[in-house]
Design a protein around this ligand. Structure first.
Ligand code: XBP
Ligand code: MG
Length: 237
């Protein structure tokens, strides 16, 4: 029997977005005249903290060997707003395609009557931009529930965003499945009681995915994933 809903993580799962986020942060830092720069190796370490505002705070506390700006809360809020503008412009310009198999899974699951939802630590604007750029102007509406960023007090690996999404769906965890790309995302979904499948990417390959139902490189072989997840999907949408 099909799950009642599939709950998708966004960054790294729907699309390989982390490079875009990283570049957008660096542009926001530059524009603000800050000497901060996040290279790929540093960014991989900073991903230990989910959520951009929390990540900037973590960077200043643990990686910045100079005096922290006095108006840090205000600075982080401003940087985050500007970074979101830069990032959404990159997405709208077509820079963040969906990962292999994702558009097909969305279309076929929707056609099968499976509800779709999102559980992410990023901002809703980013998610709507990503879905609209890749699936057309009704793309975001295919998803009945968008659980994003600051809608809950504690970001992943806390289960809060998944618990919030399940409540909005009016479904129990046993009726749904989750799709994640990272150890912290998997921990959040599992803590909410969800069966969770993982697709890895360059930033998450090699992480600890114990507790996942299965780990895939990507969903290019959608029928194999569907079989593993017990999904009965129409041959095409
Ligand atoms: C992953 C994250 C996010 C992104 C950047 O989110 O931790 O913080 O790295 O997004 P997901 P923001 O739960 O979708 O994997 O800069 O907008 O926070
Ligand atoms: Mg992710």
């Amino acid at each position: 029997m099909n799950p009642r809903a599939i709950i998708f993580d966004v960054d790294g799962t729907l699309a390989d977005t982390e490079e875009g986020h990283r570049q957008a942060y660096n542009r926001a830092f530059e524009e603000a005249g800050l000497p901060w720069h996040w290279d790929q190796a540093l960014y991989a370490r900073l991903l230990a903290v989910t959520g951009g505002k929390e990540r900037m705070r973590h960077f200043v506390a643990d990686f910045w060997n100079s005096v922290a700006p006095t108006d840090l809360d205000d600075l982080i809020a401003r940087l985050y707003r500007r970074k979101t503008e830069i990032y959404t412009a990159m997405v709208r310009a077509g820079g963040m395609p969906l990962r292999p198999g994702i558009a097909e899974l969305i279309a076929r699951a929707h056609a099968a009557g499976i509800r779709l939802a999102v559980a992410t630590t990023t901002a809703q604007e980013n998610v709507v931009a990503l879905l609209t750029a890749n699936l057309g102007h009704n793309g975001a509406r295919l998803f009945g529930v968008l659980g994003c960023g600051d809608q809950v007090p504690h970001k992943k690996p806390a289960p809060d965003i998944y618990v919030w999404v399940l409540r909005q769906l009016g479904l129990g965890a046993a009726e749904c499945l989750a799709l994640e790309d990272s150890e912290l995302g998997l921990a959040a979904a599992r803590a909410a009681g969800l069966r969770t499948f993982v697709t890895v990417n360059a930033y998450t390959r090699g992480q600890d995915f114990r507790g996942a139902e299965a780990v895939f490189e990507d969903l290019s072989d959608l029928n194999t994933f569907a079989r593993a997840a017990g999904l009965e999907l129409p041959a095409s949408a």
